[in-house]
Design a protein around this ligand. Structure first.
Ligand SMILES: Cc1cc2nc3c(=O)[nH]c(=O)nc-3n(C[C@H](O)[C@H](O)[C@H](O)COP(=O)(O)O)c2cc1C
Length: 202
């Protein structure tokens, strides 16, 4: 079983990074032989999508850069965790470049009608985001982006962990987050168990 963390914060060991580690630590304690790959997107040379239209004619992306490595991880992961700070009501630019470069998956599904990502393979998605302030509907835009992203990569978006006030309260001091991660794990295990049952019926 493979989990992929797309870490969209430019800051290591800050709220978003710590939160994704809290989740993957819990996952490792519950899922035997889980292999977790965390990619710090700020360390990768990934160009934004330039809307060249290549992926609407042929499968794949015309831009050759370090996104190739991320495509490979996305295509083989069972669990995909998209982690980002809240920037101007959405994901960071690092995360957005990766999301936009997944347009090739969207095109393969809806334009070429020949999906690159096997729609029959069960994969689950979790979105993590930290917002420095606290205000109404703070995460709405980011959630919509994550929803479209996970649909494009044939991944069931099962949960989000959105934490506000991270510029004021340390993420480690938030007991409610530990409780939430515990609840999310129950759903993760349920989804993965269903997949095991599905496979045994084939
Ligand atoms: C460019 C930028 C834009 C931001 N925009 C928002 C925002 O729209 N809403 C918000 O609540 N916090 C905003 N923040 C604060 C961050 O969301 C907050 O500091 C968060 O904890 C950063 O995540 P990190 O600690 O993992 O780096 C912004 C910070 C930066 C640097």
């Amino acid at each position: 079983m493979k989990a992929l963390v797309l870490q969209g914060s430019p800051r290591a060991n800050k709220s978003t990074d710590i939160l994704s580690d809290m989740l993957t630590k819990k996952m490792k304690s519950k899922i035997k032989d889980l292999k977790v790959t965390k990619i710090y997107l700020r360390e990768k040379n990934i160009s934004p999508c330039n809307a060249c239209g290549f992926c609407e004619i042929k499968k794949g992306c015309s831009i050759k850069d370090e996104m190739a490595e991320i495509y490979e991880h996305i295509e083989t992961a069972d669990i995909i965790i998209l982690a980002s700070p809240l920037y101007f009501g959405n994901v960071s630019a690092y995360a957005k470049s990766v999301i936009d470069r997944c347009q090739m998956y969207w095109s393969s599904k809806y334009v070429l009608k020949d999906p690159i990502i096997d729609p029959k393979k069960k994969r689950i998605g979790i979105a993590i985001a930290c917002g420095g302030n606290s205000y109404k509907r703070q995460f709405d835009g980011l959630k919509m982006t994550c929803d479209i992203f996970f649909k494009s990569i044939n991944t069931k978006f099962i949960h989000d962990i959105f934490v506000d006030n991270t510029d004021r309260i340390n993420i480690q001091d938030r007991e409610e987050i530990k409780d939430l991660i515990g609840k999310i794990m129950t759903d993760v295990l349920k989804e993965l168990e269903e997949e095991i049952i599905d496979n045994s019926n084939l």
